[in-house]
Design a protein around this ligand. Structure first.
Ligand SMILES: Cc1ncc(COP(=O)(O)O)c(C=O)c1O
Length: 346
């Protein structure tokens, strides 16, 4: 293959910036399991205060952070309400039952938003025969509706409903920075309407590894024990945490460009026969397409595009995913659109 690769599969393919690599060399580190790593402490303090919370915990992955959050908020046998299409339910290997030992109640959502009547009815009454509803989960941005931004007033209503019934809220904020780049809403306001949240450093922010779990002090202490139990205690991890501090200054401000590029990609693809958008809006950096041409399916389109150096992700028979990130250029967009046009030519 002679073409340079344009990798639209995910924003997780991003590589650390030169400044991140330099920050690794310069990082002051220590044994973080013993609480000795000053760079990790700094990262955790920065992110906790960014979202107006007491404490934070550097985690190896978003998956571990989400699962540790659920385990730290609940006791086994409690019920957790999750969106049926959420990452925490669909793509974390059943961790909710295996790690937290919770009873899971899934609800369908529209663009990541529960219908309030349905949500209110799903919260269990106090009853000796039923599990207690301990936690409600939200996701920002909502991945499977195409990186949709979940509005703040909706998050506020979920939070009030949960607290009214004595339940808590955990937000999977893997791509909350992509949402904030569009809304301009203060991170502290996002922090107000959840008891804990996870943010990913290793997606559009371009850090090589890591997520941060954020919440109040006693919650973070419990989550730290779960992290240790899961084998996620890391030693001189300040080398990695240093990249997260750079990200706040360098790559977070770039996410608006990724979002805008995704909208341009969607606009250009709209004109091509044999494909349509499989989402209502392009709010951020994720675009799901439905291949409507009968003679070709999504895995075939994925393979044909890959031959042209355009990497995408087929999800099932008809869905194809494009994700923009800082390595995707305008020239890559043009190549992707031209290649798709060729592949779908009847
Ligand atoms: C919405 C969402 N939540 C959680 C995760 C899990 O993050 P990680 O891959 O770091 O485990 C992902 C990863 O793609 C994600 O997209």
């Amino acid at each position: 293959m002679s073409h340079p690769l344009a990798d639209f599969r995910s924003d997780t393919v991003t590589l650390p910036t030169a400044r991140m690599l330099e920050s690794m060399l310069a990082a002051r580190v220590g044994d973080d399991v013993l609480g000795d790593d000053p760079t990790v402490r700094k990262l955790e303090t920065r992110f906790a205060s960014l979202f107006g919370k007491e404490a934070a915990l550097f985690m190896p992955s978003g998956t571990m952070a989400n699962q540790a959050a659920v385990a730290a908020h609940t006791v086994p046998g409690e019920e957790v309400i999750v969106d049926a299409s959420a990452h925490i339910f669909q793509f974390e290997v059943g961790g909710l039952s295996r790690v937290a030992g919770v009873h899971v109640r899934t609800l369908d959502t529209e663009n990541g938003q529960y219908a309030f009547g349905q949500l209110a009815r799903a919260v269990r009454p106090v009853n000796d025969h039923m599990p207690r509803t301990g936690l409600i989960c939200t996701e920002q941005t909502h991945l499977f509706s195409g990186g949709t931004i979940v509005p703040l007033d909706y998050l506020e209503e979920v939070y009030s409903l949960a607290h009214h019934h004595g339940a808590l809220v955990h937000m999977d904020g893997a791509r909350i920075f992509n949402a904030q780049a569009e809304t301009g809403i203060d991170f502290v306001d996002y922090g107000k309407f959840c008891d804990s949240l996870m943010v990913s450093l290793s997606k559009g922010l371009s850090c090589p590894i890591g997520s941060i779990l954020i919440g109040d002090g006693s919650f973070i202490e419990r989550a730290r024990r779960v992290r240790k139990w899961l084998g996620g205690g890391m030693r001189q991890v300040g080398y990695i945490a240093a990249c997260g501090l750079v990200a706040l200054e360098e790559t977070v401000p770039m996410l608006g460009e990724d979002n805008a590029r995704c909208r341009r990609l969607g606009g250009a693809i709209l004109g091509i026969d044999g494909v349509q958008m499989a989402q209502a809006t392009i709010d951020t950096n994720i675009l799901f397409l439905e291949i409507t041409q009968a003679s070709i399916d999504a895995p075939m389109v994925e393979a044909a595009l890959a031959d042209e150096g355009i990497l995408t992700l087929a999800l099932g028979h008809r869905l194809l995913r494009f994700v923009t990130h800082r390595h995707i250029t305008d020239a890559d967009l043009e190549r992707a659109v031209a290649a798709l046009q060729t592949v779908l030519k009847p």
